[in-house]
Design a binder for this molecule. Sequence first.
Ligand SMILES: Cc1cc2nc3c(=O)[nH]c(=O)nc-3n(C[C@H](O)[C@H](O)[C@H](O)COP(=O)(O)OP(=O)(O)OC[C@H]3O[C@@H](n4cnc5c(N)ncnc54)[C@H](O)[C@@H]3O)c2cc1C
Length: 546
Amino acid sequence: MKVVIIGGVAGGMSAATRLRRLDENAEIIVYEKGPYVSFANCGLPYFVGGVIDKKESLLLQTPESLWNRFRLDVRVNTEVTSIDRENKKITAVNTETGEQTEDYDYLIISPGANPRKLPIEGIERAVVLKDVEDSVRIKQMVDDGEIKSAAILGAGFIGVELAENLNHRGVKTTLVEFRDHVLPQFDIEMIEPFQANLEANGIDIAVSAETESISENKLKLKDGRVIEADLVVSSVGVVADSKLAEMAGIEMGVAGGIKVDENLRTSDPNIFAVGDAVEKQSLITDQPQMIWLANLANRHGRLVADVIAGKTAPARKSIGTGIIGAFGMAAALTGITEGLAQRMGIEYSAIHLHPGSHAGYFPGSERISLKVLFDPETGKLLGAQSVGKDGADKRIDILATAIYAGLHVDDLMNLELAYSPEFGSAKDAINHVGYVGNNVLEKKSPNVHWNELESELSRGLKILDVRTQSEFDRGHIPGAILAPVDELREHLDDLAGEEYVVHCAVGQRAHTAIQILSSRGIKAKNLSGGYTTWKFAQDALARSEF
Ligand SMILES: Cc1cc2nc3c(=O)[nH]c(=O)nc-3n(C[C@H](O)[C@H](O)[C@H](O)COP(=O)(O)OP(=O)(O)OC[C@H]3O[C@@H](n4cnc5c(N)ncnc54)[C@H](O)[C@@H]3O)c2cc1C
């Protein structure tokens, strides 16, 4: 059996090495158009920042090491230029030796994705960060002292990671984002603490910002703002590299990638495709979607090898779980966000919580902001976001696992999670998600969200703040009536006859208050995530309205 693979990084190399482990006799040829294979794309921003100090650390394998261990015939600097499906043959061009052809029994396509290009005046001045050479180039410019300021177009995962790393190198960096908040994959109120932390650490943020032109040392926005930028990096998303497949007449999907079946087979039975170039089927929406993540590329590479070797191993549908860290804070998400649910017309209930990363009595507990979406009828988990300085990663991984396992929000009450005061709480943050979700599911504590407050007030509801006087004095929602929860029973006569949106700092005391109010027949709803979520949303909106 002869297998040809196009693309020698995440998906392609996982397929190649797995296939060798399954079949010692297969002939496996890997084509890579660049000079390096099996490199760590995810480490590139950290090489620019000097966190990873040697380029060699990014190179996980070389053609020689792959030959020695796996007997893989790896051909670098060799671009596959066409696929002849009828004769099961590819043509490739090596930068030194010229054209070559190779026939195949099976072909695996893993060419990844290419940076999206915006039609902006002067865009040719912008660099991208896609491969090792890009990172070496950017690092060299910084090392040479040429770069005092930088603007990064696009505040997605790569843009934000690069901003942090340029900042480490003393470069004054501005994130320029078209949408109204950085990391637009997240819901706006959830990402606010992360944005505020970026700013507190010296990153300038220009959101709701459309770039008009890039000129020497400057970037001009359409709203008149001018940003100093010795270096401009374009990081505005990627598009699947499906060119070769398209040229060969392989069917494309509706979401913008190569269409594959559950065995990652394309419309040609002898050709498979994996990684960033292909559409994935969402476990949540059951729709095809593009997910650009290394874990999926690696997993699909392994799976395709299984299929070729004769093992039946259909691909699981994808959830899409990602994380980013900057300046000691993490933002992570899994499944769908509220924004996506609304765009797709998916019914959901959402809850916000701000529990501690571990027991509050033990030093160093940090707030984790959590938002969890679930089916309003069944409680089945649909998605989650988690932001904080400690423990946000662990909680998102639990929630991703729960979604994978098809758990419901109230199952989370019963999860037995490791606890000692240094690491968690006897009632872990995730157990709290279960309790709050259960209250909402069983309509014990009906929910109002920060963006629904105005319409509730216009229906005549009043805001009842059950925090303490000193919390109220530090900041409150305009028009709120103060009635601290510990004194609430004394005020029930005054409060009777009205309906309320009740809030505390995060939602817990408000839940108790609602039970007290309802014992007197006073109707009340809980402001999800309390004053904390409301304030995050207000701050984010203020920032977005330049
Ligand atoms: C800077 C950066 C940081 C990232 N950080 C993260 C992260 O923290 N977490 C995460 O999950 N994901 C991250 N990603 C995304 C992750 O790297 C990708 O999802 C993953 O690498 C996709 O694997 P792939 O095999 O589809 O494509 P790639 O790994 O991009 O490999 C494709 C390879 O195919 C080669 N190729 C293309 N066309 C041809 C051709 N015609 N002939 C021969 N060779 C060809 C390309 O040169 C390329 O080397 C990051 C990506 C970048 C760029």
